[in-house]
Design a protein around this ligand. Structure first.
Ligand code: CTP
Length: 395
């Protein structure tokens, strides 16, 4: 995903410098060209030889070594610069424009986006001056990764652990990828709903929310401002996505219909319960010897309502889980609910639908197009769906 991208990896004095070796490997494995810049303190933790071998290029460490203008050339060469680990000292220099070593001189010369992954002890990380420096860098447009919590080299426990190399790789790919959804607002629903019988029992379904959360993450990665209305799932809120937690179909109805007007794209992936118990017992129902009969009434069709109140220019997308007459049923649903696209998964395809990490989908458009995709992991499925939708936006 980083084919031929030119990346500078700046390494500063921190125990986490050893993790930078893995980061360089990951970048190279993704096809990037990597040049490493080290501070003198970084060399106390890991040798230059490690990085010159991994990057297949000499490390730039001495401002006075080689050509005096090396830092300028490197800065102009790069598509992206990552400083990982970024020590408190280097962050302070970067925030104030000091350039007394190779790394900070390259930073000042770089015209490309820059990402820093701080690494330091907990008290240093939360010191007002460090926080001020990080805020300044952010205001200057530098991508700042949060340091994780855990055991630190000092033996203390707290925040200050450098983000993992895989996370830094993902942030780099995201920062470098095109943003076709920049300036767009996207609203999604995900997961199941719960219809309560009494305070401890409910009717629900096996939706895990994985597909909706993957679509929300991908939308954010493509630059959209994302709101996710989520039924009860075991997934964590994703950074950069506004997540609204709901339980019942009625709560989801209210959250979706009240947010929908200002959206460019609305996608209903949630497995909304179609029925709810007509009677709710406010106290726990005690078991008896007789059968218990529950009378169920219809919930409201959220997507149908969204179709009725759809503003001009909005794209409305639904999902259809079918077992038979798949295409006809999906197309009929698209018409009935006034959708622009419908994503079909058939329970006849193994690996599709609820509970599995994969899905096999076909996307139909109101204009009559059909896009058929292979069985894939749900993240890859989300990429496919967004490629179809982004295409429609561009037209
Ligand atoms: N949906 C909704 N509100 C409901 C039921 C479904 O918004 N009360 C949405 C789902 O999120 C999905 C689409 O409608 O995007 C289709 O859901 P599905 O259950 O396949 O279809 P139904 O309309 O319920 O039709 P049927 O049960 O007859 O297949």
């Amino acid at each position: 995903m980083l084919a031929d991208k030119k990346i500078i990896v700046g390494i500063t004095g921190s125990i986490a410098a050893y993790k930078a070796a893995l980061l360089v490997r990951l970048f190279v494995a993704q096809g990037a060209q990597v040049r490493v810049v080290m501070t003198e303190s970084a060399k106390r933790f890991v040798g230059e030889l490690t990085f010159s071998n991994l990057s297949q290029h000499p490390v730039f460490a001495g401002l006075w070594d080689g050509s005096w203008t090396e830092h300028v050339h490197l800065g102009a060469w790069a598509d992206f610069m990552v400083v990982a680990p970024a020590s408190a000292n280097t962050l302070a220099k970067m925030a104030h424009g000091l350039c007394d070593n190779a790394l900070t001189a390259v930073f000042l010369s770089a015209k490309c986006p820059v990402l820093v992954a701080p690494a330091m002890d907990a008290d240093m990380y939360i010191h007002p001056s460090t926080l001020r420096n990080l805020a300044q860098l952010q205001a200057d447009g530098v991508h700042v990764m949060h340091a994780g919590e855990g055991f630190l080299a000092s033996g203390l426990h707290g925040a200050g652990r450098m983000a993992e190399p895989e996370e830094i790789l993902a942030a780099t790919i995201s920062a470098l990828s095109p943003k076709p959804l920049a300036g767009k607002r996207v609203l999604l629903s995900a997961g199941p709903t719960r219809e309560y019988v009494d305070p401890v029992r409910f009717i629900s379904n096996g939706s895990t929310g994985t597909m909706g959360y993957a679509l929300a993450r991908e939308a954010a990665r493509l630059g959209a401002q994302v709101t996710l209305v989520s039924g009860p799932v075991a997934l964590k809120d994703a950074a950069g996505i506004t997540t609204v937690r709901v339980e019942t179909a009625q709560e989801m109805f209210e959250a979706m219909t009240s947010h929908s007007a200002e959206q460019d794209i609305v996608i209903m992936t949630a497995a909304v319960g179609d029925y709810r118990p007509l009677e709710f017992s406010p106290i726990k129902i005690k078991k008896g010897d007789e059968n218990l009969v529950l009378t169920l009434g219809r919930t409201r069709d959220i997507l149908k309502q969204l179709g009725e109140q759809k503003p001009a220019g909005q794209l409305l997308v639904g999902f259809a889980l079918e077992t038979n007459d798949e295409e006809a049923n999906a197309r009929a649903k698209m018409e009935r609910k006034n959708l622009d696209f419908i994503v079909l998964n058939s329970l006849r395809d193994s690996g599709a639908g609820f509970g599995s990490g994969t899905n096999k989908i076909t996307v139909f458009s109101r204009k009559g197009e059909m896009h058929n995709f292979e069985l894939k992991g749900k993240d890859a499925v989300a990429t496919d769906i967004w490629s179809v939708l982004c295409n429609a936006i561009e037209k």
